[in-house]
Design a protein around this ligand. Structure first.
Ligand code: BGP
Length: 479
């Protein structure tokens, strides 16, 4: 039986906007996610200009952690979580984003949450921006189109680094900074950067221009954090969906490698501290105008991260003689050459189930960067059924998580990968990001709330709650 190190950070992952609710409580301002309506499987979410009376916004109340955090943290403690990954709602601290002084009520809320977590032996692992830019920065400044928003982000980072420097060690700058590479899904550029592409603009160029400002913001925040507390461990956080060649046809193999550059670009810059040559070649070839200022190269080099956090859900496959219109289709990573992999199954939402892909990813990242890794999202979105006796037998979720834990165990124990921890996504049922649904449940704790916002909000333990509690207690990764 294989074990993981005793100090392995077994945890769970969440994001402020997907579970806190209290969208305008305690002085919080609207964020870019607060104007996103609910969608459904195959039905995109709408981004409204402002908050409209007759629309339903699932993130406004979410699962009301804002008012229930003490009870929820007791349940997290019962599971034996060693850490909890979540984000600080940027617009709870700076309601508009460009104020001089932070909102004390917002700061106090996170003091209370972190104190409660630490009281129960759970270490907070904090994402600075998890798609939660203040709406005012998006509307008035154009989000990360503006270099000024870099300063506003660094100010936000400085305030929370100082406020929580004795409560939080592990930080991440931007959640899934790279998912906007799928430029055909407006959701990603909007939530990552507060940006919408205008008529006649080149979406890829806009993505790289705003991405440069985020990379500078990330590097400046890392440097600032190190000044405030040299003990901080500050990571990058990327979405990783490995891309396989459909066959041993060298055209398929090279195509997969070219697509993988989309996955590697952002972490290459955040981990190595400079732009990779393949990107500079692309900028030159496409004539992209990237707003690199004098001194930016030094900023990037000085602001390299301590570890690489990433989300892993699925893998994708490409075939060189296929031109599919997968634009905006998250399942194929929006890849024009994306095809179904005949060797693996998929979830009800079409996300492939590939635990070996997680071991493959851990090895590729570790070989490329030689720094500690942290799996900060991994999970199985599914419909759950409540039996007559109130039990919830989420066997498919347990099978998914067990197989992925076995894969990470092999990466650590057989391949020698340095892995800080594992925080399965949605440790409690929360609002889905891509669809805004509650129906797409990830949690080991069920929440009585449906897609339309009906329900008691009552929490129920699923079978996976007890299963995961046993995994953490035993540290057992392979049966
Ligand atoms: C990632 C986000 C998370 C989470 C996850 C699951 O992209 O970092 O916020 O939402 O996707 O996706 P979904 O909620 O759409 O099922």
């Amino acid at each position: 039986m294989q074990q993981l190190p005793k100090d392995f950070l077994w945890g769970g992952a969440l994001a402020a906007h997907q579970f806190e609710g209290g969208w305008n409580a305690g002085g919080k301002g609207p964020s870019v996610v607060d104007v996103m309506t609910a969608g459904a499987h195959g039905v995109p979410r709408k981004i409204t200009a402002e908050i409209e009376e007759n629309e339903f916004y699932p993130n406004h109340e979410a699962i009301d952690f804002y008012h229930r955090f003490k009870e929820d943290i007791v349940m997290f403690s019962e599971m034996g979580l060693k850490c909890l990954r979540t984000s600080i709602g940027w617009s709870r601290i700076f309601p508009k984003g460009d104020e001089e002084e932070p909102n004390e009520e917002g700061l106090q809320f996170y003091d209370d949450v972190f104190d409660e977590l630490i009281k129960h032996g759970i270490e907070p692992v904090i994402t600075l921006s998890h798609f939660e830019m203040p709406l005012h920065l998006a509307r008035e400044y154009g989000g990360f189109r503006s270099r000024k928003v870099v300063d506003h982000f660094v100010r936000f980072a400085e305030v929370v680094f100082n406020r929580y420097k004795d409560k939080v060690t592990y930080w991440m700058t931007f959640n899934e900074i790279n998912n906007k590479m799928d430029v055909h899904n407006p959701l990603f550029l909007w939530t990552n950067s507060g940006v919408t592409v205008e008529e006649g603009e080149n979406a890829k160029e806009i993505m790289y221009q705003t991405g440069h400002h985020e990379l500078i913001a990330s590097a400046l925040a890392v440097t600032k954090g190190r000044e405030i507390n040299p003990e901080f461990e500050i990571g990058a956080m990327v979405s990783h969906v490995p891309i396989y060649p459909y066959s041993s046809n060298p055209e398929d193999v090279m195509l997969a490698e070219e697509y993988m550059r989309q996955r590697y670009f952002f972490p290459d810059v955040q981990v190595r501290g400079y732009y990779p040559r393949y990107a500079l070649k692309e900028f030159e070839r496409e004539g992209y105008d990237i707003p690199i200022l004098d001194g930016d190269e030094e900023i990037l080099l000085n602001g390299k991260v301590d570890y690489l956090g990433f989300s892993y859900y699925m893998s994708t496959t490409v075939k060189s003689d296929v031109q599919a219109d997968n634009k905006g289709d998250i399942v194929n990573g929006g890849l024009p050459h994306g095809v179904t992999n005949p060797y693996i199954q998929a979830s009800d939402w079409g996300w492939s189930i590939d635990p070996t892909g997680l071991r493959y990813t851990l090895n590729r990242f570790y070989d490329r960067y030689q720094i500690p890794l942290f799996i900060v999202e991994n999970g199985f979105g599914a419909v759950d059924t409540i039996e007559d006796d109130g039990s919830i037998h989420d066997d498919a979720r347990i099978a998914y998580l067990q197989s992925h834990i076995e894969a990470l165990g092999k990466a650590v124990n057989e391949d020698g990968v340095e892995l800080i921890g594992y925080t399965p996504w949605g440790i409690i049922d929360i609002v889905s990001f891509t669809t805004g649904e509650m129906k797409k449940r990830y949690g080991m704790i069920y929440v009585d709330r449906d897609n339309e916002g009906n329900g008691s909000m009552e929490r129920k333990k699923k079978d996976s709650f007890h299963w995961y509690k046993d995994v953490i207690a035993s540290g057992r990764v392979l049966d």
